[in-house]
Design a protein around this ligand. Structure first.
Ligand code: HEC
Length: 243
């Protein structure tokens, strides 16, 4: 034991000495702030990409019905993957009115304000094809976009997408309800079909009718001289024109 002890002490002293001269502390390491370049890696970046298939903690999206809107065979699902109650529908209504109504209209007829100002008109939700479309199709449209429509994945997290779809189903039902579905006392207030529509409905056109927009885009509604406006009414140079 005693014979071993001496060399050990000697080794300790030597290594202490070595550590003293080539001391590499953490504060001497190369330090990279996000996006700062590095000449250490061939691609010149200090940051590495995660390995393919890496899943961040808490980001495992195993439930394809909920996250993708399809079943195991890849078909659009037809049953809601969340419990739909009044609160969910009200949340959906609120999100719908913010993110979808500007184009699809408050009742889903495809005549939102942006459409009246010239954007491509989406189909009404009340056509047979969309009424029959599985809810998975709606989820896919919101998540990935559809034709001229951009996706709303950033604006709506998956749960909100389902809430919006629940509300669209409410809209579809409301526009295609059977009078017998109404409670008795409400049924008596529905005018018979022979009767002309009640005044409030008659005044609410389902087709584009906007006094400002009789001759669009030749005659833009934006009065001449409004900063930031596009088209003929724009103040030149106040906003970059879209190419
Ligand atoms: C900026 C306008 C705009 C907004 C906002 C918008 N859409 Fe659309 N949407 C369109 C247009 C335009 C189409 C038609 C696209 C096409 O056929 O090229 C469309 C089509 C659709 C369709 C029909 C797809 C089919 O099978 O024909 C659905 C469903 C739909 N949108 C859902 C939504 C939902 C839900 C929202 C809100 C989260 C939303 N849209 C927001 C413009 C919009």
């Amino acid at each position: 034991m005693k014979r071993l002890f001496k060399p050990l002490i000697a080794l300790g002293v030597v290594s202490l000495g070595l550590a003293g001269c080539s001391r590499l502390d953490m504060q001497d390491q190369p330090k990279y702030k996000p996006e700062r370049p590095s000449d250490f890696f061939a691609d010149g970046r200090s940051e590495r990409q995660p390995l393919p298939g890496t899943i961040a903690r808490g980001a495992l999206e195993e439930d394809t019905a909920f996250y993708v809107g399809t079943d195991d065979q890849g078909n659009d699902i037809t049953a809601f993957p969340i419990a739909v109650d009044r609160a969910v529908i009200l949340r959906g209504q609120q999100r719908y009115d913010i993110y979808c109504a500007p184009c699809h209209g408050r009742i889903g007829n495809g005549l939102g304000m942006i459409v009246r100002r010239g954007l491509k008109q989406p189909p009404s939700y009340h056509i047979d094809r969309l009424r029959d479309a599985p809810i998975g199709h709606y989820y896919n449209v919101i998540t990935n976009g559809y034709g001229a429509m951009l996706n709303y994945a950033q604006q709506l997290e998956p749960r909100d997408r389902w809430a919006v779809i629940a509300y669209i189903r409410v809209l579809q039902y409301s526009e295609n309800a059977n009078v017998n579905d109404l409670p008795q006392e409400a049924r008596s207030r529905v005018p018979p079909t022979s009767q002309p529509p009640i005044a409030a409905q008659a005044n609410e056109p389902l087709v584009t009718r906007d006094a400002d927009f009789t001759d669009f885009p030749a005659k833009p509604a934006t009065p001449s001289g409004v900063p930031g406006a596009h088209g003929a009414g724009a103040v030149p140079g106040s906003q970059p024109e879209r190419k």
